[in-house]
Design a protein around this ligand. Structure first.
Ligand code: C2E
Ligand code: MG
Ligand code: MG
Length: 623
């Protein structure tokens, strides 16, 4: 007993089997029996499973009549299913059929047997058995000793199982059961070590995951992650490795054989799988992923270097619109650095008063009257000076900074509007504010807008939110509900960049919007490109038939103005009319009430510089 207890002490999961077999051998010798065995009760499948035996039969018959034995098929194992006390069987007391079975399996005729139960928490978890060919009496002292060994074995099994459990938790992610960050780092260390293997690291991040978590709640996010984990795990070959790094980030390690493999092709396949729709809480959700790829060789790049490279490549994939894979190369090194600098600086700007709003007027082409202003965010960059939205909105959206940025924009636009309204009560115009998809998806967006309005004493009708089709189409049901709630505050809604999204014109009917802003790419071509003209024409007709306002964006030439007037679109915005300007300059326009139509309707072409954002107002008072 002491020897067995001592032998069990250092046993771990990997040495358990060997130790059990050694113990069986030692006991068989001690009790002078011919074979000994340990079996486990599988109550789920209602059978007894052989765990260890001595001596090991060689060869073991296949199928093994002793391997898995249904309780119902064997009276002895059946009797040991709930065994609580030692059980002794001798030739004289057992039936012939049983002895025959034993003979079939072992080739030995008459046997005697002693079995003692392994009892864990009051349940018979298995049996420890000893077989003597021919007859053998079993003293009570002997079966007591067997029982004591059995109980040592139970304790050992329970301890090893608990250790395995702990080990599993330490190396696996609880949500998806995939290997976790620690497991990944160790695996990667091993693969990149000197006797490792060439490995491609795929760093995968779910596109727009945060917006979904914000809008549908964490339960939905969890569901999505579990599904993606399952898809990834099922897709890779044996020997490849899938881990969940954190949040919505996964890493796949691919073994790269000497001949090489087309890693981009594998990545493409994974992206396709991930992009398949998932049904969550009654919603059809589609989320794509972005993959960054970096390749490492044994003795080459270190684990954290490789991870960082793949991460940087992943960010580039995101910046290019997501749902793609990008391989890390030298060029990416500087890009990645720049982006992370931008992120840090932008965060500082949002918190530290580094943002400005410029306002671009929307004009009635027939009269020059000011109808609305669009608030466009600008960043007072420490090195680059005033930076336009186009240059940093994508970074803000990818890093989630857009939510805080948008909150600031909304507050500032409302404050400014209240100020102008007080100073120019005779002017009736709308303040248009851009709302990004992530912002639309935040839980408390409606409350936030309501607070901004009441805080500034503004009626909702003075505010209009510009939303891209893309924002709405990501999750139509949910967006439509939010849009209705916003509308109930009195604010109006515009679809921005209309024509560039995926919405069919028919879907538009179901959206509670008031205005379509035709994307400037179509507007620019209205006089020269038949296709663009047809789109603009159709959009104007469509808007009219739905009773919507339509605004043409990006007017740069007088020719476009003429064409729009012919097509019946009177609301317009563009550099030709006025560039986005700081509040003081916009106020000057407010004082005058708008522009003089002669200035932008005259046939002489007006060159538009593409760079500087200097105002090009052609107001009467200014000339
Ligand atoms: P948008 O809402 O379609 O805004 C119009 C963009 O076109 C503005 O660029 C404006 O300066 C530019 N633009 C106006 N007239 C012309 C023209 O005649 N020709 C050309 N080529 N461009 C013209 P900006 O300010 O850089 O903004 C870019 C985009 O960034 C905006 O497109 C909008 O989607 C987004 N954005 C701007 N401000 C905000 C904001 O406060 N919040 C959010 N979420 N997005 C914003
Ligand atoms: Mg806009
Ligand atoms: Mg636009």
């Amino acid at each position: 007993m002491t020897r067995i207890a001592a032998a069990f002490m250092p046993v771990s999961a990997s040495s358990l089997q060997e130790s059990l077999e050694g113990t069986l051998a030692m006991m068989a010798e001690f009790f002078d029996v011919d074979t000994s065995f340990l079996r486990r009760n599988d109550f789920d499948r209602d059978l007894s499973v052989l765990i260890a035996e001595w001596p090991r039969r060689d060869p073991i018959p296949d199928p093994d009549p002793l391997g898995e034995v249904p309780f119902a098929a064997d009276p002895v194992f059946g009797a040991t299913r709930d065994l609580a006390e030692p059980f002794v069987l001798r030739p004289a007391t057992s039936d012939d059929a049983y002895q025959e079975r034993v003979e079939q399996a072992s080739g030995v005729g008459q046997v005697s047997m002693a079995m003692v139960p392994l009892i864990l928490n009051g349940v018979t978890s298995g049996v420890l058995g000893f077989v003597k060919f021919g007859d053998r009496p079993w003293e009570v002292a002997e079966t007591n000793a067997l029982q004591a060994v059995a109980s040592l074995m139970v304790q050992l099994q329970a301890r090893v199982a608990a250790e395995e459990q702990l080990q599993f938790h330490a190396y696996h992610d609880e949500l998806t059961n995939l290997p976790n960050r620690r497991a990944l780092l160790e695996e990667l260390d091993r693969r990149l070590g000197h006797d490792g293997q060439r490995t491609a690291l795929l760093f995968l991040d779910v596109d727009r995951f945060k917006s979904m978590n914000d809008s549908l709640g964490h339960g939905a996010g969890d569901r999505l992650l579990i599904t993606m984990a399952e898809r990834l795990a099922a897709a890779v070959a044996t020997g490849d490795f899938v881990a969940r790094l954190a949040g919505d980030e996964f890493v796949v390690l691919l073994h790269v054989p000497e001949a090489g493999i087309d890693v981009l092709e594998v990545a493409g396949r994974l992206l396709e799988l991930l992009g398949e729709p998932i049904e969550i809480a009654g919603h059809q959700i589609t989320r794509t992923g972005s993959i960054g790829i970096a390749e490492g060789r044994p003795g080459g790049a270190k684990t954290d270097q490789l991870l960082g490279q793949a991460d940087a490549a992943m960010r580039v994939a995101k910046a290019q619109g997501g749902n793609r894979a990008v391989v890390f190369d030298r060029d990416l090194r500087s890009v990645a650095q720049e982006r992370s600098d931008t992120e840090i600086l932008l965060r500082t700007a949002i918190d530290g008063g580094g943002l400005r709003l410029h306002y671009q007027p929307e004009i009635d082409l027939r009269t020059g009257e000011l109808l609305a202003v669009e608030a466009l965010v600008r960043w007072e960059h420490p090195q680059q000076g005033l930076v336009t939205a186009a240059q940093f909105i994508t970074v803000a959206e990818e890093t989630g900074l857009i939510v805080d940025l948008g909150r600031w924009v909304m507050a500032e636009a409302c404050r400014q509007m209240a100020e102008w309204r007080e100073r120019h009560p005779q002017r009736r115009f709308t303040m248009r504010v851009n709302m990004s998809p992530a912002q639309l998806a935040t839980r408390n967006i409606v409350q936030l807008v309501a607070e901004c309005l009441t805080g500034n004493g503004l009626p909702g009708r003075l505010l209009c939110f510009e939303i891209t089709e893309h924002a709405v189409m990501q999750d139509v049901e949910r967006s439509v509900q939010t849009l209705h709630e916003l509308k109930s505050l009195g604010v109006s809604l515009a679809i921005d960049d209309f024509g560039t999204g995926y919405s069919s014109l028919a879907q538009l009917k179901h959206l509670p919007v008031d205005t379509l802003k035709i994307d400037r790419s179509f507007v620019a071509g209205v006089g020269v490109d038949g296709g663009d003209r047809a789109i603009v024409d159709a959009t104007i007709r469509l808007a009219k038939s739905f009773g919507l306002d339509v605004v043409a964006e990006g007017i740069e030439t007088q020719d476009v103005v003429q064409q729009l007037l012919v097509l019946g679109c009177y609301r317009a915005q563009g550099y030709l009319l006025c560039r986005p300007v700081p509040p003081a300059e916009l106020e000057a326009l407010l004082v005058r009430g708008g522009l003089d139509p002669d200035d932008f309707a005259s046939p002489a072409p007006v060159p538009v510089p593409a760079d500087a954002e200097r105002p090009r107002t052609r107001a009467r008072a200014a000339s």
